[in-house]
Design a protein around this ligand. Structure first.
Ligand SMILES: [Cu+2]
Length: 135
């Protein structure tokens, strides 16, 4: 058994300590005060030829923006219930008019509540209604 076996081990721990120190510089780039959802965790609602789907009802944590995408060949005007006041969840009204192919986010949904929405251009159409539950 040799006592010199400890020396290379000490060198390795010195390198480790150095790299930990170097990595601690976080890239805090200046941006808007509101934090966007990290990539991969975006909550989405997609409108297609069969109406609101994937999904019709979405459960999100408080502080979420939901991305609406219109994959239909018609325009849709996505607004909060109830029609025509649109005042239960005003954050949804920020989506508003979506041309075919267009996407837009809701406002930051911080209040815990159940937010029904509909297509204001076709408000009687159940296929164009859905719900975002913030909880
Ligand atoms: Cu409406």
């Amino acid at each position: 058994m040799s006592k010199s076996a400890g020396r290379p081990f000490r060198a390795v721990s010195l390198v480790l300590a150095l790299s930990i120190t170097l990595c601690s510089c976080g890239g805090g780039s200046a941006g808007p005060a509101t934090q966007p959802s990290p990539p991969g965790t975006t909550f989405r609602i997609t409108i297609g030829a069969n109406g609101v789907g994937s999904p019709t009802e979405l459960v999100v944590p408080p502080g979420t923006r939901v991305l609406f995408t219109n994959n239909h060949n018609r325009a849709h005007d996505m607004t909060s219930d109830p029609h025509p006041d649109h005042d239960i969840c005003p954050d949804i009204n920020q989506v508003g008019f979506l041309s075919p192919g267009q996407s837009r986010e809701t406002g930051n949904m911080v209040v815990v509540r159940s937010c029904g929405f509909h297509d204001h251009l076709d408000f009687d159409n159940r296929g164009l209604q859905g719900r975002i539950v913030v909880r």
